[in-house]
Design a protein around this ligand. Structure first.
Ligand code: SIN
Length: 299
């Protein structure tokens, strides 16, 4: 059975990756060999360290969770010095999620990554938890084109653009990313949500609103991957509520080339290993010899 996929000209041993923000290489390596992953997508990295938002910044919901972490990260220099060498011990492709508040901050990160031994960049213009950058870029097609084109100009690795679902027309945003020079797309980031503690009469999250993820959002994510795959000729990493191997097959049938596991790995760090085994079982059971056979088969 073949699980290998080619993504932006790069061979991946399987279509599975992690969703940025939910993957902590050192913590997860204590549970499984990270070499099982087709690619490891790391948390958003900015030009300098970011502290993130005040707590509480995580809340459970039916079928998922809310987060307003705010892209806490050590900054690109510290990441290159400490985190990258750790990840390089493993036989997996490396995708770096790039965060910023301004175009200059995004390009500063990408410039520092130009000679780094990483495989792809993922431009995060979809985080709902920062007051500048993130989703403020990702919801406006003109801004999407502008930031993608500025980053593409500096990028030496293929550029994936991560899209927000918090828009009326995801295809319009996907086209703007393509027009700006994106090599690939990833979708979806979290849906904007809120939870109120009715006994305390106040929002559960300190920042009031946050990003909703988990199995409850999967139908929205599958619909958006399907719409974008039909309209835009770029490879896609699909994500949003992936819990099982069958979910991975669903995203691939909708048109994704790779699929990211996110929230599932927060409650069960072994989730990527289980999901990969389930994907193999699904292929065996349904006679799929090559994972590429089922990509985009839904009309
Ligand atoms: C966060 O750190 O706030 C979540 C990351 C994201 O939504 O891109």
């Amino acid at each position: 059975m073949n699980l290998q996929v080619n993504f932006c000209g790069i061979d991946m041993k399987n279509p599975l990756t992690t969703a940025s923000g939910t993957f902590n290489p050192e913590a997860h390596a204590a549970f499984y060999d990270l070499s099982v992953l087709g690619a490891a997508t790391v948390k958003g990295i900015a030009d300098v360290a970011w502290e993130g938002n005040p707590t509480p910044r995580i809340a459970e919901t039916y079928g998922g969770m809310l987060n307003s972490v705010g892209l806490q990260n050590p900054g690109v220099d510290a990441w290159l010095e400490k985190d990258l060498p750790f990840l390089k011990q493993y036989d997996t492709r490396i995708i770096v999620n790039v965060a910023g508040h301004t175009i200059e901050e995004y390009t500063a990160v990408v410039e520092k990554l130009q000679d780094a031994p990483i495989d792809l960049l993922e431009l995060n213009i979809s985080c709902p938890n920062v007051s500048a950058g993130g989703v403020t870029f990702g919801t406006d097609p003109d801004m999407v084109r502008k930031v993608v084109s500025a980053v593409k100009d500096k990028a030496r690795q293929p550029l994936i653009v991560k899209l927000t679902p918090n828009v009326t027309d995801i295809v319009e945003i996907a086209r703007a990313a393509r027009d700006g020079g994106a090599d690939a797309l990833s979708l979806i980031n979290t849906l904007l949500g809120m939870k109120i503690d009715v006994y305390r009469r106040r929002p559960v999250l300190a920042r009031k609103v946050g990003g909703f993820s988990g199995p409850a959002i999967k139908p929205v994510a599958v619909r958006m991957v399907y719409q974008v795959a039909k309209a835009v000729d770029l490879p896609i990493i699909g994500m949003g509520g992936v819990m099982t191997g069958e979910d991975v097959a669903e995203f691939i049938m909708a048109g994704a080339s790779m699929v990211a596991v996110g929230t599932a790995a927060l409650s069960d760090p072994m989730a990527p290993v289980r999901i990969l085994n389930e994907l193999k079982e699904f292929m065996e059971k349904t006679g799929v010899k090559d994972i590429n056979e089922i990509r985009g088969i839904i009309d």
